[in-house]
Design a binder for this molecule. Sequence first.
Ligand code: AMP
Length: 380
Amino acid sequence: MQTPARAVGVLGGGQLGRMLALAGPPLGLRVVGLDPNPQAPMAAVAPMVPATAFDDPQALDALAAQVDVVTWEFENVPVAAAERLARQVPVYPTPRALQIAQDRLPEKRFFRELGVPTAPFAPIGGPADFPAALATTGLPALLKTRRLGYDGKGQRWVHRPDDLPAAFAALGGVPCLLEGAVPFERELSVVAARGRDGGVRTFPLTWNTHRDGILARSVAPAPACPPALQAAADALAAATLQALDYVGVLAIELFQVGDALWVNEFAPRVHNSGHWTQDGARCSQFEQHLRAVAGLPLGDPGLTQPLSVMLNLLGRAPPPQAVLAEPLAHLHLYGKAPRPGRKLGHVNLAGPQDAVLAAAARLEAALAALSARSPDPAPS
Ligand code: AMP
């Protein structure tokens, strides 16, 4: 049996790194970050290795020298950086998970090989691919860049065949994937963890709603979820984790189509739709990820409260007292400067169902009033 790690390195110092760092000390873990931005949110709460870039070899080697294991908090870490680290210390999850998640084409193929439904899809390298792709997906369809898309960025809807050339040009003519529109009832996600011993723990299905392509609200457990749907999510998460020989927390974004779950994409890391676990589950996703990668026993993903609602604070954050006046509210700020659409923090509401829904409605109204009162701050 491997000795559990005492120090964990994290590539990336955004809010996910910050929340991982905050979960470390209670477990006896030192968490060290690496981010080229000295003002990254994690830097306020954890030691950071200075770096010129994520693939800065000296910085990577300095990180490897002071930790027992390395993980990451965002999926656009260069695979070569993860591989360089993996030659020096254990790296979890495996760099292969990063490689698949960074490109929508192998990602979709991975799920298709697992036998999981996805939108019909076709790769587009140039105009010669347009007719065959349209024949595969039908219309309407969504054109997505294969790489570097997030929060609805790098996407264009295609309603008529004539829209495709302009959509492709607007995305810069880079390699893309055309996806048929999924007739979904709602968007769900499943967050799950696999330990070094192969054990799997899955959090309850979460219902997610987006505004302008950005996650605005998560509700857990997802309402009106028959046990068969949760069982399907558990099986899908376990199959995905096993196929990737994965260690750590992973999130799978899903479309509910009738009684079936189709996969949209996965994130090889802790995920915004799992933030409610900080205040509504026995073990948060951040603690769970650290436990997994450090070789500690996995925690209990069960609920501590009947219902949790997570509201993202996008573009602007209200004064803390406005949120904290709600008795069920837990405030999580990331220490970031305001910018339109930027994730500045989130509020978790956890408790009895009716009280949580009423508090969520009050807070959402207050957030909407805040946006209406003053225009969005200028981009910084
Ligand atoms: P993504 O960047 O793939 O997570 O997509 C962002 C959002 O676009 C999703 O949360 C969905 O609301 C929507 N979306 C993505 N793919 C599809 C699709 N094939 N059909 C319908 N809606 C989609």
